[in-house]
Design a binder for this molecule. Structure first.
Ligand SMILES: [Zn+2]
Length: 437
């Protein structure tokens, strides 16, 4: 077990600042100062000793060598402060822990209402693990919009969210829920299935109308669905072009799910902002991504979870066999992408494995070619850049949201310390003040 953080006590002690100090008006009472032994400046890679991070309301106002007189000080002690982490590929509306262990029973007895009930729990687990911002790239029935709005209003505790709402895809493809079921089976509700240039444009508009911050579509087949191929393109070039054109017209970035070599290149040529999974990307795909400035989001942790746990969940063997085709190659291609100097953001597909385990991917990223600093940047500055929130989150700087975490030890020496976050602040509010066993 790791040493407990003692800051909860420090926080209450610091609150007892003499009234006289406040009366002198040195600083407003809403000011909180977070003090730790070290802070990682993720932009320079420098470790800053003994920082005092001054927070007023939701934002950082300054970082210096001492606390303003009268301010409440949160003493964290011998820990490393970092910006709150960002995961650009999660699904907060589901998780293997809510499975009955029978795939078809789940499909027939669980609906979007179950997802809506569970989503706040998954959001809280994610935030407690130090992920203060996430991009949710696919949810049923606009549950992600409702969750984002409730979090923004302070009614639910969870990370900042950018949401894609209902992913768009072809009939028989990765979003078509009845693929593999008898032809007379049909699910009611909002569907992302759309075919043809006009229909996909309409689907983009529909998602924007109902609150999408970003557009997600399926450029290729997938693993955890019943179509037979894992990587074949599922849209024509004209359909992909139309989706991206329409989304960008509405000021929305586009994330394309693509495992297959050709689908990845088609999506990049269409102008997507990020490719998700990227499993079978080839040298030409890497070159194209670089030319277009496309982010490549490899989810290289969850393979371990799928291969050890999914048979127990009753997931059809054909899907598990598809994962076996993807896992190793995807990691080898992750290494190639790192070596090629591609833009890469931290994307885990949390929801495929339990929420809150997101940070397990850091060690995989280092194992497959990133330095610890590159891995940390993938989940801070680089992820923020992909989201379009570069001046808001992903760094500890004046003007940025006061989203920060603390860990024992040095994440530049051992990135796995990020799996044990002891302190979480989001928007100036302490979410988690002590290490949990
Ligand atoms: Zn996903």
């Amino acid at each position: 077990m790791r040493p407990a953080f003692l800051l909860a006590l420090a926080l209450s002690a610091a609150a007892a600042v003499p009234h006289a100090a406040r009366a002198e008006g040195a600083s407003p009472t809403s000011t909180i100062v977070v003090h730790a032994a070290r802070m990682l400046d993720v932009e320079t890679g420098r470790m800053v000793a003994d920082p005092y991070v001054v927070v007023d309301g939701e934002r950082i106002t300054s970082i210096g060598g001492s606390a303003p007189a009268g301010a409440r000080v949160v003493e964290l002690g011998d820990v490393t402060l970092l910006p709150g982490l960002i995961d650009v590929h999660v699904h907060l509306t589901g998780d293997p822990t809510d499975s009955t262990g029978n795939y078809y029973q789940d499909a027939l007895t669980q609906g979007p209402m179950d997802s809506a009930v569970m989503a706040p729990t998954f959001a809280k687990r994610t935030l407690d693990a130090g992920f203060t911002t996430v991009r949710n790239v696919g949810a049923d029935e606009y549950i992600d919009v409702a969750l984002r709005n409730a979090i923004n209003r302070g009614l639910v505790t969870g990370p900042r969210m950018l949401v894609a709402t209902v992913p768009i895809g072809a009939t028989g493809g990765h979003v078509d829920e009845t693929t593999g079921f008898a032809p007379n089976i049909e699910f009611h509700g909002v569907t992302g299935v759309a075919n043809g240039v006009d229909a996909v444009r309409e689907r983009v508009r529909e998602n924007v109308k109902h609150g999408a911050d970003v557009i997600k579509f399926m450029a290729s087949a997938g693993v955890l669905s019943n179509e037979t191929s894992v990587g074949a393109p599922q849209y024509s070039q004209a359909e992909m072009d139309a989706i991206v054109d329409e989304a960008h017209r509405w000021g929305r970035k586009v994330a394309a799910h693509a495992h297959g070599t050709e689908a990845i290149k088609m999506a990049i040529r269409a102008g997507v902002d990020s490719v998700e999974h990227c499993s079978f990307i080839d040298d030409e795909g890497l070159k194209l991504a670089k030319q277009h400035g496309t982010y490549l989001d490899f989810d290289i942790y969850n393979d371990d979870y799928i291969l050890t746990e999914y048979a127990k969940l009753g997931v059809p063997q054909a899907q598990i066999e598809k994962e076996k085709l993807v896992g190793r190659v995807q990691r080898e291609n992750f290494r190639k992408a790192v070596q090629a100097g591609e833009k890469m953001a931290f994307a885990t597909d949390a929801g495929v494995y339990p929420h809150g385990w997101n940070a397990k991917q850091f060690a995989k990223e280092v194992q497959w070619g990133m330095t610890p600093l590159q891995a940390i940047r993938s989940a801070t500055t680089d992820a923020a850049d992909l989201l379009g929130w570069k001046d808001q989150v992903g760094a500890l700087k004046p003007g940025y949201y006061a989203d920060m975490i603390a860990v024992s030890g040095d994440p530049l020496a051992d990135v796995s310390v990020l799996e044990h976050v002891g302190f979480v602040m989001k928007g100036g509010r302490v979410i988690r003040a002590a290490q949990q066993p």
